[in-house]
Design a protein around this ligand. Structure first.
Ligand SMILES: [Zn+2]
Length: 478
């Protein structure tokens, strides 16, 4: 079966809408590279659209009625939004779920050291990366440093043109004989991915422009590290001990860019899974007065197994839903369970785009292609679908009808050839409630690399598809 190319279905007006949407997306992923930054930005947008904070609604005992909009943020890193529908929630929700964490280098808790006159921050990589892709490129540091007095210092260094950047060095080719003979997986050791942050053993006072000495003399042992500590204190109010309670993420520095002479693609960091999170969120904002209650989940920790209090395995969603049902006068333990079991979900996550240069990793008929629209993965997993949520045929038929009616361009795929690898998403976790779940998102080329590529029409089809899904209310019984 041949799949349609989404671009061929667009008239000039649609092409413009597609490029405009992609431009907003490009700005979003350029400005929001961590889960915390995504949450902050989504909260600001949601509040402008009339969403109110769930805890506030609970405190005020606000009676929620159809059309009302609430959101809950969990530990600044995950969030869920609800738009109350006309039907009783017991009949189920329409849920979109994407993740907003991406692979990167995390700064360790005791990170600062100096070696042979160079100052470093020690890191531990987060999620699945090819370590060699993170050397010799400009890096930025984003995150928070939580102080003992309750203050949180927000850090974002390396994105402004005037900001300094950071980097991980690599051995020059002339001396790389030993490294080049290694297997690729071993060429760069995980402990070598430490970020160079300075090498000057003095601190220049910003006002007087004169070198000054600190309480201890800066010359001698660890002078560079001491100077760096001075700079951190002077510029950001951060002490060396404060790294203990910090979450600092090292990510590729710089903005996402249009790619290709035809500007058909976007090249940028963290598109897994923001290329699904962004259209999910935008579709949620556009969903007014739905029949079934519309929900969008934007969660943390997917890249390391959805664990922890802010991962999908946490109960924060179920707890939030119980509060929402309670405020809507619809809560009982049984109603909550029925609501979850009767819900439909699109696990909005990315799929691997077919790469002609690595064609042997894919099976052509069942691969996702750039430009061929929103991708469905009936199952993910590895080696005999192991660990996968295998979506129900009846549910897929139901979705085909919704998307065909709205003329959404879709394709189906699995992650690579049988037995060459595999992967997972949050789909199986929501499926634990007995609800219908399928993975549905955007194809990404060079997925999990520092600069991933996506197609703008795929992004736009996902956005249109997510809207069609959220507003659907067709009754079914299977
Ligand atoms: Zn991923």
């Amino acid at each position: 079966m041949e799949r349609q190319n989404a671009w061929l279905t667009y008239d000039l007006k649609m092409q413009k809408e597609c490029h405009d949407f992609a431009e907003n997306y490009r700005t979003f992923i350029s400005n929001n590279k961590t889960e915390r930054e995504c949450v902050d930005s989504f909260v600001n947008e949601a509040e402008k659209e009339g969403f109110i904070e769930l805890n506030r609604a609970v405190a005020e005992k606000k009676a929620l009625k159809s059309g009302d909009k609430v959101y809950l943020v969990w530990m600044n890193k995950s969030m869920v939004l609800f738009t109350i529908g006309k039907r009783p929630m017991e009949e189920g929700l329409n849920i979109l779920g994407a993740h907003i964490d991406s692979p990167r280098l995390d700064v360790k808790q005791n990170p600062l050291y100096e070696k042979n006159g160079i100052g470093y921050l020690d890191t531990h990589y987060y999620g699945g990366i090819k370590k060699y892709q993170y050397v010799t490129m400009p890096l930025a540091i984003h995150g928070v440093v939580a102080k003992k007095d309750g203050e949180s210092i927000v850090l974002n260094v390396g994105e402004d043109e005037d900001d300094p950047v950071f980097f991980v060095s690599d051995i020059l080719i002339h001396l790389a004989q030993k490294q080049m003979d290694k297997k690729m997986s071993q060429a760069i050791d995980g402990e070598v991915l430490d970020v160079v942050i300075g090498e000057k053993p003095v601190v220049i006072n910003a006002d007087t422009k004169r070198a000054f000495k600190t309480k201890e003399t800066l010359s001698g042992k660890d002078a560079v590290a001491k100077a760096l500590i001075e700079i951190l204190m002077e510029n950001y109010g951060i002490d060396e001990e404060d790294f203990e309670s910090a979450e600092l993420e090292v990510v590729p520095a710089g903005k996402a860019r249009d790619a290709g002479f035809d500007r058909s693609m976007i090249l940028g960091y963290g598109q897994d899974d923001r290329v699904c999170a962004y259209p999910s969120f935008e579709a949620m904002l556009r969903t007014k007065d739905p029949e079934r209650t519309a929900v969008t989940l934007l969660v943390d920790k997917e890249e390391i197994g959805s664990v922890g209090a802010t991962g999908m395995q946490s109960h924060f969603f179920e707890n939030a839903l119980a509060e929402v049902m309670n405020l809507a006068g619809q809560y009982s333990e049984l109603a909550l369970r029925r609501c979850l079991a009767n819900s439909d979900m699109l696990s909005s996550d990315v799929s691997a785009a077919f790469d002609p240069n690595y064609a042997d990793c894919f099976e052509e008929k069942n691969s996702a292609y750039l430009g061929k629209g929103m991708v469905f993965n009936k199952y993910t997993g590895a080696r005999g679908k192991s660990g996968s949520n295998d979506a129900n045929a009846e549910y897929i038929a139901h979705l085909r009808k919704i998307f065909d009616e709205e003329k959404i361009v879709t394709q189906t795929a699995e992650l690579g050839r049988v037995d060459v690898g595999g992967g997972g998403t949050i789909a199986y976790i929501l499926a634990l409630y007995g609800m219908n779940v399928i993975d549905c998102g955007v194809a990404v080329l060079s997925m999990h690399s520092p600069w991933e590529a996506t197609d703008k029409a795929d992004l736009f089809e996902a956005y249109r598809g997510y809207q069609a899904f959220l507003k659907d209310a067709s009754f079914r019984n299977f």
